[in-house]
Design a protein. Structure first.
Length: 244
């Protein structure tokens, strides 16, 4: 795991409900997500689960930190890149289970109690959720359906499926590999150690990036990335341009 030292934050530390020790740590990587974060955070804290939340900033210039400041979230900094950000948050986390939540993704209402209830099961070590987009466009519904079938068949999770992993297993795997497609790379590492769990619950990702870029163009870009990776070809950096 890369060893970058995140800068301390002035945000108040996260407290578990009723003084309970957090058994689940939520790590949220973000850059300029002031529009998406309010809904994500409202859903995250609308439960009595014992959690801590760590948000990892990679240089936001908008009001993301102000939005996060309304909630008991610890804000830290890390170099830009989801792998670097999530690894930095994981190093500071106290929970037994690490949950990596994208800033524009909504957890199911009962997700955290579900995770908390499964912690006593030794076979429950890593996995993620079914996926859906916020837009009702039939093309996006089709993409999500294909996405979920692919995940069930291969056991490989994408980051927007809200991956979770036991701390000990995450450390054994070396954390997220630095670079692009860190979610697929970590899934492949974890698969070599134990099978994943695909929970029968659905996370909802804000579809604005797909819609703004164009649904078919976005899908083509994803397919091109996967082909490049499969053939060990360089992936053009333009494929990962931010759309907010």
């Amino acid at each position: 795991m890369r060893t970058s030292s995140p800068a301390p934050s002035s945000a108040a530390p996260t407290d578990a409900p009723a003084g309970r020790r957090p058994c689940i740590s939520i790590v949220i990587p973000f850059v300029d997500e002031e529009r998406a974060l309010p809904a994500t955070l409202a859903r995250l804290f609308d439960t009595g689960a014992a959690i801590e939340a760590i948000a990892v900033d990679a240089g936001s210039g908008d009001r993301s930190r102000a939005v996060l400041g309304r909630y008991p979230v610890r804000i830290v900094e890390a170099p830009r890149g989801r792998a670097e950000q999530m690894n930095a948050g994981a190093r500071l986390a106290a929970g037994e289970l690490l949950v990596f939540l994208h800033a524009d993704t909504l957890l199911p209402p009962d997700a955290l109690p579900q995770l908390e209830a499964r912690l006593g099961d030794p076979a429950f070590r890593w996995g993620g959720f079914h996926h859906a987009f916020s837009n009702a466009d039939w093309r996006l519904r089709l993409i999500s359906r294909m996405h979920n079938l692919r995940c069930r068949a291969t056991g490989v999770f994408y980051g927007d499926q809200c991956m979770f992993v036991r701390r000990e297993l995450f450390e054994q795997a070396g954390g997220f590999p630095a670079g692009l497609m860190e979610d697929i790379a970590l899934s492949e590492r974890l698969q070599r150690k134990c099978p994943p769990v695909l929970l029968d619950a659905t996370v909802v990702t804000d579809s604005r990036k797909f819609v703004r870029m164009g649904v078919w163009r976005s899908l083509g870009r994803v397919a091109a990335i996967l082909v490049c990776r499969q053939l060990h070809l360089p992936i053009p950096g333009a494929f990962f341009a931010d759309v907010r």
